[in-house]
Design a protein around this ligand. Structure first.
Ligand code: SF4
Length: 418
């Protein structure tokens, strides 16, 4: 690879790592002692398609030049960093090179904004168009929308990208105005709405005419930065919920803020990214999307933040003990889903299995539920005649003392990764 392109790849793949709206992992292990491999700055991350396949993506920025000065962003114009920009041809060539060598199955392409939104978006569109039309590239493409780009460019981008996304960044307008006064949530809502309407239109036309091309077949997503501003989990989840509802988003990603700036508006450099909080938000998001929970049930004015020591489903159950115990042999599927320790798969198995037998403890254990957690909230064929009436706090302590919570030994709110 030419030295300059390698250098650009180092800069622009590194700058792209702060975007979690396609799931990614990072490492800084170098090749030492003439060993095999080098995990540094490769710019390759992984994401999951709708059918559950894991695909590896080349994850890069077109450029880290930006006319904006969002305080939380490493590419902000006031940041004194090395800048670089790929040409359209370079991104196409890199993608095809990596693809042919089987390093990647797709491309995640984002960009800082140089000159203006249309100027940047037009280049992104040229890249994806060239990949699809000239190179006949059929791999996965996730393209970031540039806020403020014209509808025509968005529509054209949607003809070539599998997924499009646009970051909300701060969960509230108030937070965004604090750190990025030049930006607004409405700038994000407009293109999301436009793409959503087009997805619906293409889908309805496709139902009638087979030859209608695909338009953003993997849908749209967004990213919310957590912990850079003071919003509560309630504000974050209510925003996410409204965006799921209003724009039919496939995913909202939550990204714990990694301090990168000496700015008095932001957490100081060296403070820990809120990884557990980020994880709890993903769990709560999961409850809304797959377990039938309404956002108001998870958080309200009395409980504006998710608990760190217990997951949101257990937290909800402990606050609603009057809804338990749930009789596994008679309860409605949706109520079984709400039992801590019972997932979607095991709830389905329970409902199927009880058609043939009244379920006992040994059946439940075999069906894969987390019995030690669930037993405090259920009745089954051979459950003790008299359930002890524990207080919520007591049940919580019992569960925490029995489980090996990875969070208990990390009072710093930081997971140990290695
Ligand atoms: S517009 Fe985007 S790339 Fe530019 S500084 Fe703001 S967040 Fe960063």
């Amino acid at each position: 690879m030419y030295e300059r392109i390698r250098e650009k790849l180092g800069i622009l793949a590194d700058a792209a790592k702060y975007d979690v709206s396609c799931a990614s992992s990072g490492s800084n292990r170098k090749n030492e002692n003439k060993g095999i491999g080098d995990a540094e700055g490769a710019g390759i991350c992984h994401t999951y398609t709708e059918d559950g396949r894991c695909v590896s993506l080349l994850k890069i920025l077109l450029t880290n030049h930006c006319i904006y000065d969002c305080a939380f962003c490493v590419s902000r114009r006031s940041n004194d960093i090395r800048r670089a920009a790929f040409t359209v041809e370079e991104v196409v060539e890199l993608t095809m090179n990596f693809y042919r060598r089987n390093y990647i199955e797709g491309l995640f392409l984002s960009s800082g904004i140089f000159k203006n939104a249309d100027y940047t978006m037009e280049r992104l569109v040229r890249i994806v168009k060239k990949l699809r039309q000239d190179e006949r590239f059929n791999g996965y493409i996730h393209l970031k929308t540039i806020p403020g780009a014209s509808d025509e460019l968005l529509r054209e981008a949607g003809m070539y990208a599998d997924r499009m996304s646009i970051n909300l960044e701060m969960p509230t307008e108030r937070g965004l105005k604090l750190l990025a006064p030049e930006k607004s949530h409405s700038e994000v809502e407009k293109p999301l709405k436009y793409i959503q309407n087009n997805i619906t239109q293409f889908e309805s036309e496709k139902a009638l005419i087979k030859s209608v091309p695909k338009f953003v077949p993997a849908g749209q997503s967004t990213q919310i930065v957590v912990g850079a501003t003071t919003e509560s989990d309630k504000e974050i989840l209510y925003t996410a919920n409204a965006f799921y509802r209003n724009f039919s988003l496939k995913r909202v990603y939550y990204s714990g803020y990694i301090p990168i700036s000496y700015d008095s508006r932001l957490p100081v450099i060296g403070s820990q990214p809120p990884l557990i909080r980020e994880n709890r938000l993903y769990q709560a998001d999961w409850l809304m999307r797959f377990y039938g929970f309404k956002v108001q049930e998870i958080l309200d004015d009395l409980h504006p933040n998710l608990e760190i020591d217990v997951d949101p489903k257990l937290g909800w159950a402990l606050r609603n003990l009057d809804r338990f115990p749930v009789d596994i042999n008679t309860a409605d599927y949706h109520m079984i889903l709400r039992v801590p320790g019972i997932g979607v798969g095991s709830a389905l198995k329970i409902v199927q299995a009880r058609r043939f037998n009244r379920l006992h403890e040994n059946h439940l254990r075999k069906l894969g539920i987390a019995f030690r957690k669930a037993r405090h909230f259920i009745r089954y064929a051979d459950s003790p005649m008299q359930l002890k009436e524990y207080e919520a706090g007591h049940i919580k302590n019992l569960i925490l003392s029995e489980g090996k919570s990875k969070y208990q030994s990390n009072p710093d709110n930081q997971l140990s990764l290695f």
